[in-house]
Design a protein around this ligand. Structure first.
Ligand code: HEC
Ligand code: HEC
Ligand code: HEC
Ligand code: HEC
Length: 150
């Protein structure tokens, strides 16, 4: 069972923390330290926009998803990835393999299609699969609920 308040609270907490530390951290990627141990030193919210210009960028609450999924469900090529070993593990970006891939059958993240874009298959697919039907369920499935208006 997914606690919708959990992820939303986490998302808000993450945003608040991000806001407080934004000035100090700037846009730099920070390594894990004691204070950030819980989230592995990872940024709470990531801006995904490496796949093209047709639609607006997508704000992705990364750490909030740790409550609802294992790392490897999304990072499907990084065997055994966890919060505990992330500091010693090289995590390749989705974009490095999914942006205009050469291989047949590898979904392309520049695609408009909900069925052929790696992000759409992953993000929208899971949001539909895990839908509790409750009004409070907040996982977006419509284009402009994910993509910022230009
Ligand atoms: C393994 C399943 C899964 C995957 C994959 C996934 N999500 Fe989610 N997402 C969820 C669930 C579950 C929620 C929380 C729904 C709730 O309980 O309200 C959620 C919530 C969200 C929210 C709303 C957060 C809030 O509380 O307002 C956003 C935005 C979001 N996801 C974006 C994305 C994007 C972008 C991707 C792909 C990069 C993605 N998600 C991939 C399961 C997933
Ligand atoms: C759950 C969130 C989510 C939903 C819903 C969603 N997308 Fe995306 N989409 C993404 C993510 C993440 C990317 C990769 C980031 C990027 O480059 O914008 C992406 C990439 C794209 C791209 C390629 C990049 C670009 O901007 O040219 C297009 C086109 C696109 N989406 C169109 C759509 C359309 C049309 C819909 C509705 C039918 C839709 N998306 C619904 C998350 C979503
Ligand atoms: C719901 C899907 C999802 C889950 C669950 C998830 N991630 Fe991610 N993660 C992403 C996406 C999407 C990106 C951005 C990749 C990109 O820019 O191409 C990312 C980026 C990262 C990066 C940065 C990669 C880089 O070099 O920029 C690291 C490190 C990472 N994740 C670690 C983890 C760990 C550790 C966990 C589990 C505790 C985890 N992720 C869980 C989707 C997820
Ligand atoms: C090292 C390269 C690599 C990385 C990194 C990678 N992928 Fe993939 N991905 C592939 C290949 C190759 C396939 C096609 C073969 C397969 O299904 O394994 C694939 C398939 C997929 C599929 C289709 C699965 C299906 O059942 O149709 C999705 C969705 C997907 N990747 C999402 C992601 C997301 C989201 C990330 C980042 C969090 C990511 N991938 C990172 C190489 C990669």
């Amino acid at each position: 069972m997914i606690d919708s308040r959990g992820i939303r609270t986490a998302a808000f907490a993450c945003l608040a923390v991000a806001a407080v530390f934004a000035l100090v951290w700037g846009a730099t990627y920070v390594p894990a330290n004691a204070a950030e141990e819980e989230e592995g030193g990872l940024p709470d919210v990531m801006t995904l926009d490496g796949c093209g210009e047709k639609k607006g960028l997508v704000e992705f609450p990364h750490t909030a998803h740790f409550e609802v999924s294992d790392c490897v469900t999304c990072h499907h090529t990084t065997e055994g990835l966890t919060l505990e070993n992330v500091a010693e593990t090289e995590v390749e970006t989705c974009v490095s393999c999914h942006f205009e891939p050469a291989g047949d059958g590898v979904p392309d993240c520049s695609s408009m299609s909900l069925k052929k874009n790696a992000y759409h298959i992953s993000c929208v697919g899971c949001h539909k699969d895990m839908d509790t039907g409750e009004e409070a369920y907040a996982a977006p499935t419509r284009c402009n609920d994910c993509h910022a208006k230009d």
